[in-house]
Design a binder for this molecule. Structure first.
Ligand SMILES: [Zn+2]
Ligand SMILES: [Zn+2]
Length: 229
């Protein structure tokens, strides 16, 4: 947005991937963390440390569940030497969609997902054009979801499992590719990007075709792939 970047979740490889795709950390002011599972968070310490080494002075805002506060305190207590920039944790605990960021030309909304621990989805709306994108991971599908995502141009939704593992998906508070597609269809979305695949699937084409049976405009979230809204 105006040359500034939003980052959603910080997996273990986040610094490697930012470097690989030539994305400048200096342009990053807002980090949106969905939940405190390691696959979404373990990269944060390295990222915060490198920002300090790079001489960052601009404040950084981290939107994350309430419990992230103790993670940040741990980081600052043990690795905070040399951190010369302010890190603001904005704790999330909403029960329905709430606006968390309001800029001149865009706003960001957060809303609760249905996972094993507190978990939040995000929706970014460009005010001039009315276009929007949403990020929903990790979650099982739930009744309010299509309403909260109504009219979203691009939805990223987790699709950890295929049809054959639908029971496991619900037990683990995850979604199948077909369920993600049903949400996109009910929300009247234009496109759906699915990701967060279980490593048990060698052939992601199975997940893609199950989703496309319901919602043809579905695409796989592949490394490095760019989707324009
Ligand atoms: Zn999770
Ligand atoms: Zn996950």
């Amino acid at each position: 947005m105006h040359g500034r970047l939003f980052l959603v979740d910080t997996g273990e490889q986040v610094q490697v991937q930012l470097k690989r795709y030539g994305i400048s950390k200096a342009r990053l002011d807002n980090i949106l963390i969905s939940h405190l599972h390691g696959d979404h968070l373990f990269g944060i310490f390295g990222l915060l440390s490198t920002m300090a080494l790079d001489g960052r002075t601009a404040p950084l805002y981290i939107y994350a569940p309430r419990d992230f506060g103790s993670v940040l305190r741990f980081f600052l207590a043990h690795f905070g030497e040399g951190v010369k920039y302010e890190i603001h944790h904005v704790p999330l605990s909403m029960k329905e969609p709430e606006q968390i960021i309001a800029l001149r030309n865009c706003e960001v909304w957060a809303f609760p997902l249905q996972h094993r621990i507190d978990c939040f989805g995000y929706r970014i709306v460009w005010l001039k054009t009315g276009q929007s994108m949403a990020y929903c991971s990790d979650t099982m599908v739930f009744p309010e979801e299509p309403t909260w995502l109504q009219g979203t141009d691009l939805i990223y939704h987790e699709a950890t499992f295929a049809d054959e593992h639908v029971d496991l998906a619900h037990k683990m508070f995850h979604s199948t590719a077909r369920e993600a597609a049903l949400v996109a269809a009910a929300a009247g979305a234009k496109r759906l990007v699915i990701g967060h695949f279980s490593s048990r699937y060698q052939d992601l084409g199975v997940l893609l075709s199950q989703a496309r049976e319901v919602f043809p405009e579905t695409y796989l979230a592949e490394e490095g792939k760019v989707f324009e809204v």
